[in-house]
Design a protein around this ligand. Structure first.
Ligand code: SAM
Length: 184
């Protein structure tokens, strides 16, 4: 599929090679755009901005969705701002500087869609994200395979609990989970 933000993905790979900062870019932006287009969210939360590649994909998929995106690295956010500005999406994307858990505590509910793309998801962070989702909001969770054993077990149990989540088709060649929140 055509990816209008491929150049940002390339810039992120170059940045990673130069800085070794861990800003691994998401591999499947077009699927994220398609998901955002089909879910038609009003508000989207992203954890892990890096250079703005996936924030662009999410915002591009659904106008006039508002995207809140979080990253702890000020350089990443400066570069992301430039990419979002060039893509004409800056008015719909708010960049938040800080650690996920700190910033999340200051965000107001509710989000229709959330995308976790930090290094590895922790059960605590995912629980906070779940609380911020609408009763039928959708969580897209990358990098479960990077979590430590205990966190991975806990999250797998949680994600497989039908009283809490309903699985939707995965993206990024099956590597990234897509889950709809279930509210009893
Ligand atoms: C995998 S990269 C995100 C890639 C981006 N979504 C993309 O596709 O281009 C992870 C990003 O999350 C940020 N990050 C990791 N852990 C974090 C934390 N606990 N709080 C805030 N930012 C964090 C890193 O600085 C990095 O930019």
């Amino acid at each position: 599929m055509n990816d209008p933000f491929h150049h940002i993905q390339t810039a992120t790979r170059l940045h990673l090679a130069e800085h070794g900062c861990g800003a691994y870019t998401f591999e499947d932006g077009p699927s994220l755009t398609t998901l955002s287009r089909s879910l038609r969210p009003d508000r989207v939360l992203e954890l892990g901005t890096a250079l703005g590649y996936t924030a662009c994909c999410l915002a591009h998929g659904c106008s006039p969705a508002q995207v809140d995106t979080i990253d702890k690295d000020p350089l990443h956010l400066r570069l992301a701002a430039r990419h979002l500005e060039n893509a004409g999406l800056m008015d719909r994307v708010k960049l938040h500087l800080g650690s996920f858990d700190t910033v999340i505590d200051n965000l107001s509910p509710f989000y229709d869609m959330a995308f976790f793309d930090g290094f590895a998801p922790s059960p605590q962070t995912i629980e906070r994200v779940r609380e911020l989702l609408t009763p039928t909001g959708v969580l897209v969770c990358a990098n479960l395979g990077l979590a430590d054993l205990q966190s991975a077990r806990k999250l797998t149990l949680d994600f497989n609990d039908p009283a809490r989540w309903k699985s939707l088709p995965n993206i990024e060649a099956g590597q990234t989970l897509v889950l709809r929140k279930v509210t009893p």
